[in-house]
Design a protein around this ligand. Structure first.
Ligand code: NAD
Ligand code: MG
Length: 412
């Protein structure tokens, strides 16, 4: 309670990955609704300059950076500012702010496997978790959802498709909705949907990241260009909504206006529509079951005029084909696919491999992965590490010089 009984108690929000694309959108929504939300903690990998700016503006109690050098830089930047922000370092710092007794909501917006431990720490502490980091569920789905249930954490999907599905399932009946025939997971097809196939091997990182509808971080942008993103989202949806993989159908919808649909046994299809802007699902996750202003402009249906749909082209998008197979298989395969994908996407962004090498290397890693479903956190991290090493070796065999440290080792 606050001293003044007329003032609502503001929810204290931790943003894991506040300097990224989803992090920035989250701060924008909180800024528009500062009577209801306040920032409790902000975190970044190494971008101390932007984190310092965010600290001055939002005055968090904690700021976390991944190493001492970045933390020193932040301390220097904030020296003399009279901010009371405490600076923490590394994965232990992330877990501390995610699970802190004084935070109410946690936005998990770190990219990749590096975001798993802190997202799970928030769940273990029973927080409301706004989950943008899909890789966490891809890696640890069963264990993660079990923790959500036992700790009675409120899990709100922020990935736009999953948020749309959640909203289309009577807004909260999510995991208990009945009468669902299937869900239609929409995807734009990314920037390369119509590129002549012969040109795919020449695609540059900037071309792959030039998404027609969404502005996102570079890893997920490449995932959208390969459609691995949709593959990861199939696995994410399977765990979030307790669905059989056969109930999840991918539909290419180039305009990204319908963000996904639920197909019910009575013939109804319920969809969520809106402009492609992550502030809508973020605002939904913050305010649920209520609604707040997100700053997103109204959808003008007559200006859009038409909505198109087509089946995905699995020849053009071999990553989607691989992920569809993996989604039906053992959990170890999903972990290995996700880890290998992180390594090869970084190598592609560093211009060490071709765009068309991405699925080839992932497939070779999958071929070397044992199937295993009975997983603990230790075995999940071990499978992840092995797959990263195998992906690096597969690239080295191609003559690519890549160090495993660049691969985002989750134990680093
Ligand atoms: P981004 O690259 O823009 O931002 C990532 C954030 O994580 C940054 O703040 C960065 O400092 C931090 N980070 C990176 N590596 C880290 C590490 N090793 N340790 C600690 N912090 C680290 O990414 P993004 O586009 O905002 O995506 C974030 C997550 O949300 C991803 O899992 C992505 O799949 C998911 N997502 C993003 C969007 C989108 O529109 N951007 C949409 C749906 C889902
Ligand atoms: Mg998505």
């Amino acid at each position: 309670m606050t001293g003044n009984s007329n003032e609502p108690v503001r929810k204290r929000v931790t943003i894991l990955g506040s300097t990224g694309s989803v992090g920035l959108s989250t701060l924008d929504v909180i800024g528009r609704n500062s009577g209801q939300y306040q920032v409790f903690a902000l975190t970044a990998n190494t971008n101390a300059t932007l984190l310092a700016e965010q600290c001055r503006q939002y005055r968090p109690r904690f700021a976390v950076l991944c190493d001492e050098a970045a933390a020193r830089q932040l301390r220097a930047l904030l020296a003399g500012s009279e901010l009371a922000t405490e600076i923490l370092v590394g994965p232990a710092g992330l877990n501390q702010v995610a699970a802190h007794a004084d935070t109410d909501y946690v936005m998990a917006a770190i990219v990749g496997a590096a975001g798993l431990a802190s997202a799970l720490a928030a769940v273990e502490a029973g927080k409301r978790l706004l989950l943008a980091n899909k890789e966490a569920l891809v890696m640890s789905g069963s264990l993660f959802m079990q923790a959500v249930r036992t700790r009675q954490s409120t899990l709100l999907p922020i990935d736009s498709e999953h948020n749309a599905i959640f909203q289309s399932m009577a807004n909260g009946a999510a995991t208990h909705a009945t009468g669902i025939r299937k869900i239609l997971l929409t995807g734009s097809g990314g920037p390369l949907r119509q590129l002549p196939l012969a040109q795919m091997s020449q695609v540059t990182p900037d071309q792959a990241c030039a998404h027609p509808n969404w502005s996102m971080g570079r890893k997920i942008s490449v995932d959208s260009a390969t459609m691995m993103n949709k593959g990861l989202e199939i696995i994410e949806a399977k765990w979030l909504f307790d669905l059989d993989v056969n109930q999840i159908e991918v539909v290419v919808h180039p305009q990204s206006i319908i963000h996904s649909m639920v197909d019910y046994i009575d013939g109804s299809i319920v969809a969520q529509l809106g402009n492609p802007d992550m502030r809508t699902p973020i605002a939904h996750g913050l305010a649920w079951p209520n609604r707040i202003d997100s700053g997103v402009s109204m959808l003008d249906m007559t200006a859009i005029g038409r909505l198109d749909f087509e089946p995905p082209d699995l020849q053009r998008f071999p990553c989607l084909r691989l992920a569809q197979e993996v989604a039906r298989g053992a959990q170890s395969l999903a972990i290995a696919m996700n880890a290998a994908n992180e390594v090869v996407v970084q190598a592609f962004l560093d211009e060490l491999i071709l765009f068309t090498d991405i699925p080839l290397i992932i497939e070779s890693v999958l071929e070397q992965t044992d199937t295993d479903d009975a997983l603990t956190m230790a075995s999940i991290l071990a499978i992840d590490n092995h797959a990263r090493q195998r992906a690096v070796k597969a690239m080295q065999r191609k003559g690519v010089s890549v160090k495993s440290s660049r691969a985002g080792d989750v134990n680093a």
